[in-house]
Design a protein. Structure first.
Length: 103
C-alpha cells in the first residue's frame, strides 16, 4: 500500500468507521482526530496485502497530543477503512514502537 493514497483519502474524509472499531477506540480513549492525525502524518510500518476484504497496513504515527499510536487501515482505493487503533507497547514492539518483536 502507498501512504500517499491513504493520506489523500483521509484528507478527503473518505473514511469508513466500523461500530466495533469505534467502540474499541472509545475504550482506549482514542478520538477520530487522533486516528486522522496518525494517518495524515504517519508512516506504514507493516503491510498486509492479502487481507480480506481489502488489503490493509499498520500505520505508526502520533495522536493530536503527540502520543505514539498504531492504526490498522484497509483500502479499496475509494475509501479507507479503520480496522482498529491502539497505543503500542514494548511488550510486542521494540523500543522504537515500529519493529515487531521476534521478526
Amino acid at each position: 500500500m502507498q501512504i500517499g493514497i491513504i493520506q489523500m483519502l483521509c484528507n478527503q474524509s473518505k473514511i469508513k468507521w466500523s461500530v466495533h472499531c469505534l467502540a474499541r477506540m472509545q475504550e482506549r480513549d482514542i478520538s477520530r482526530e487522533d486516528v486522522k492525525n496518525c494517518i495524515s502524518k504517519g508512516e506504514i510500518i507493516e503491510d498486509y496485502p492479502d487481507d480480506f476484504p481489502h488489503p490493509s497496513c499498520l500505520v505508526f504515527g502520533y495522536t493530536v497530543n503527540n502520543k505514539p499510536i498504531h492504526v490498522v487501515v484497509g483500502n479499496d482505493e475509494e475509501y479507507i477503512y479503520i480496522i482498529t487503533a491502539y497505543f503500542p507497547s514494548t511488550v510486542k514492539f521494540e523500543d522504537d514502537l515500529k519493529t515487531r518483536k521476534g521478526r
